[in-house]
Design a binder for this molecule. Structure first.
Ligand SMILES: Nc1nc2c(ncn2[C@@H]2O[C@H](COP(=O)(O)OP(=O)(O)O)[C@@H](O)[C@H]2O)c(=O)[nH]1
Ligand SMILES: [Mg+2]
Length: 300
């Protein structure tokens, strides 16, 4: 399956929700309202949904316009809205030795899996990534990352269970310099956003990274579970304020009908989307492409 059809099929449940309000339908005064409802159900958020619906209501479609014309129009409006948040961070890292990426987020959101997927993409484009198992609370998390690292042939830095995470991260950067790894990707424990001690540890990891390179971490990525929909907002809030986030990866967009969540997230937090997770295999992470997304979400 090509990349585009893969994204299309991942967003099928979302696009079905939206296209059901358009396909085979006459263009009349109720159309905008129905599309607004569908967008809200797809988790695009009330503000964005109303805005898009207003654009449709205000658009003077010609008499012979078809449902495809409406979809094209909607897709373009979604594209205009989300395009500024497209950022291909895979193409934009370098110039540091090593380039340090910190991956954070609530437990179960897909951090460890995403770290492996990110490393895989870098590996394929000729980089030498080092993955760091800094979720030292759970032996299983370390094992999980070891499994992936072996599978993709990436170097890994792991400590003993309950090892000091910040200390491990510090030595991982030394290790990368020694072994010639140009990119370091740090997996972390699931910081519950209301657990001050855990947030404090993440801050400590950042401080330690800065001791080695004041410009690092070069990217801090927050992993958001696409299934949590609007509930994700509280998480973004805390991590943005306390840790600082350069961009989001939204996972599990396959199989959810809440694929509109990206729209409400960027509107509210003004934060780029680096990539989307569309499945459980190692190749199921795609750099975020605004055009693909906008077309897929309306089922085009
Ligand atoms: N379907 C699907 N599952 C995912 C995706 N990303 C992660 N997962 C699954 O979500 C579960 C939790 O992932 P994990 O990386 O362990 O989360 P962590 O606790 O944040 O490190 C695992 O079963 C993953 O296979 C995705 O994009 N799609
Ligand atoms: Mg994990």
């Amino acid at each position: 399956m090509g990349i585009f059809s893969k994204i299309k099929s991942a967003l099928k449940k979302t696009s079905e929700k939206i296209s059901i309000s358009i396909t085979g339908r006459k263009i009349d005064e109720n159309l905008a309202q129905e599309i607004e409802d569908a967008l809200i159900m797809a988790d695009a958020g009330v503000e964005v949904s109303t805005e898009l619906a207003t654009k449709i209501a205000d658009k003077k479609f010609p008499k012979d316009a078809t449902d495809t014309d409406v979809k094209k129009f909607l897709s373009n409006e979604i594209f205009n809205l989300i395009k500024p948040y497209e950022f291909d961070f895979f193409e934009n890292c370098g110039g540091h030795d090593p380039y340090v990426i910190l991956v954070i987020g609530v437990n179960g959101n897909g951090k460890t899996t995403s770290v492996a997927k990110i490393a895989n993409i870098f590996k394929k484009s000729g980089h030498m990534p080092l993955v760091v198992a800094a979720d030292t609370f759970r032996a299983a998390a370390v094992e999980q990352l070891k499994y992936w690292a072996e599978k993709i042939g990436a170097n890994i830095c792991a400590g003993k269970e309950n090892a000091d995470a910040a200390g491990l991260v510090f030595s991982s950067i030394e290790q990368a310099k020694r072994d010639g790894n140009d990119i370091v990707i740090v997996d972390t424990a699931g910081r519950m956003q209301n657990r001050e001690d855990l947030l404090a540890e993440l801050e400590k990891i950042k401080r330690v990274i800065k001791k080695v390179d004041i410009t690092a971490p070069h990217k801090t990525i927050l992993i958001i579970d696409g299934l949590t929909g609007q509930a994700a907002h509280a998480q973004v809030d805390v991590f943005l304020k306390k840790i600082g986030v350069d961009g989001l990866i939204v996972t599990k967009l396959d199989g959810t009908a809440k694929g509109g969540a990206l729209l409400s997230l960027v509107r509210k937090y003004n934060t780029p989307i680096f990539a989307i997770g569309i499945g459980e295999t190692i190749d199921d992470l795609k750099p975020f492409d605004a055009r693909e997304y906008s077309d897929a979400i309306v089922g085009m």
